[in-house]
Design a binder for this molecule. Structure first.
Ligand code: GDP
Length: 315
């Protein structure tokens, strides 16, 4: 089995090519840590989708700390940049994941939200398989009754993961499907329920209202539910999806982020401003279209995958 770092580094090759190789080249060209070095470092962060404001802030912090810690060369500086980014992401994980561990004795409900096309369905399939492998009994509830293809697609993923799904006629009330889903989960002794939700309605207000309603119904059917609200974001869209993400967060609250398509994009850096602006931890990352292409997000592994040049030896 490949190490987490290897899998993440493989998935994030495009991001790494841009940022890590760019820094390596910068260090060779400008061995002195002067104004021009820091200017170019800031530009590299900006083109890696860290965003102008955060790039400036990071470089200022790194520059100040480099002075205090008497950092002499580019390699030490890269390591320092890595530490600063880990702090921004919520500090070292010390092996502890920020992902909640559902109690196998009770029903844990996870609502999965995000606009269409970001990878919600795929992520639910991947997560269901993962939870199943960890000994849980997952159930998938297809509450996106607005998109005809949504529940069929979900069914395909359910079959791939070997997980049952609860669905209804297209056009049925999403809230009643959510309610039925909880009843079904009880009678089938499921321990983890994934609720797929709509990603687009006529207006943003309708969409947010619908999600709030589903969450109210879930809470009625099973007090305390949903226990997790995962917002799925597409790394290719990067920061352009931020304002939509903020409306989801404001309307229903978000407990964790899933960033998908990190394999296909050079925009892995966008995790940083997204994490900062939403103030919500990134819990999972999607690094491919296959059912196993999901990893828990770990700041240290992410920073290595971001900053270690492509040519560097993989431990
Ligand atoms: P939904 O509309 O949000 O449910 O999105 P889907 O789950 O249907 O995914 C939309 C597209 O994104 C599909 O073609 C998926 O194969 C693709 N996709 C989802 N996650 C990933 C990922 O981590 N990496 C890549 N490369 N593609 C992904």
């Amino acid at each position: 089995m490949k190490s987490l770092w290897k899998r993440m580094a493989g998935g994030m090759e495009k991001t790494r090519n841009r940022l890590a190789n760019g820094i390596e080249d910068l260090i060779k060209r400008r061995p002195k840590l002067d104004d021009s070095f820091y200017e170019e470092l800031e530009e590299l962060l900006i083109v890696s989708d860290v965003g102008p404001q955060l790039s400036e802030e990071l470089v200022q912090t790194v520059r100040e700390r480099a002075r205090q810690e008497r950092v002499q060369d580019g390699e030490q500086l890269t390591a320092l940049l890595g530490r600063v980014i880990i702090e921004l992401l919520g500090g070292p994980s010390n092996g502890d994941s920020c992902i909640p561990k559902p109690n196998p004795e009770s029903l844990h409900v996870i609502s999965v939200i995000g606009v269409n096309g970001v990878g919600k369905t795929t992520t639910i399939g991947k997560l269901a398989l993962r939870y199943q492998a960890e000994g849980h009994r997952p159930l998938i509830v297809a509450s996106d009754t607005f998109r005809a293809a949504a529940s069929e697609q979900l069914e395909v993923w359910g079959q791939r993961a070997g997980v049952e799904i609860v669905k209804s006629q297209s056009g049925a009330d999403p809230g009643s499907v959510a309610f039925d889903g909880i009843q079904a989960a009880r009678s089938r002794h499921a321990t983890v329920v994934f609720v797929d939700t709509a990603g687009r309605l006529q207006t943003n207000a309708n969409l947010m209202g619908e999600l709030q309603k589903i969450h109210r119904v879930l809470d009625k059917a099973h007090p305390g539910a949903p226990h997790e609200v995962l917002l799925v974001l597409d790394a290719v869209v990067g920061q352009n999806g931020l304002s939509q993400a903020q409306s989801f967060r404001d309307a229903v609250g978000v407990t964790g982020l899933v960033l998908t398509k990190l394999d296909g994009s050079a925009r892995g850096g966008s995790i940083l401003p997204i994490r900062r602006k939403l103030g919500t931890p990134v819990q999972w990352i999607g690094i491919g279209e296959g059912i196993n292409d999901l990893e828990p997000f770990e700041p240290e592994a992410f920073v290595e995958a971001l900053l270690k040049p492509t040519g560097a030896a993989i431990p």
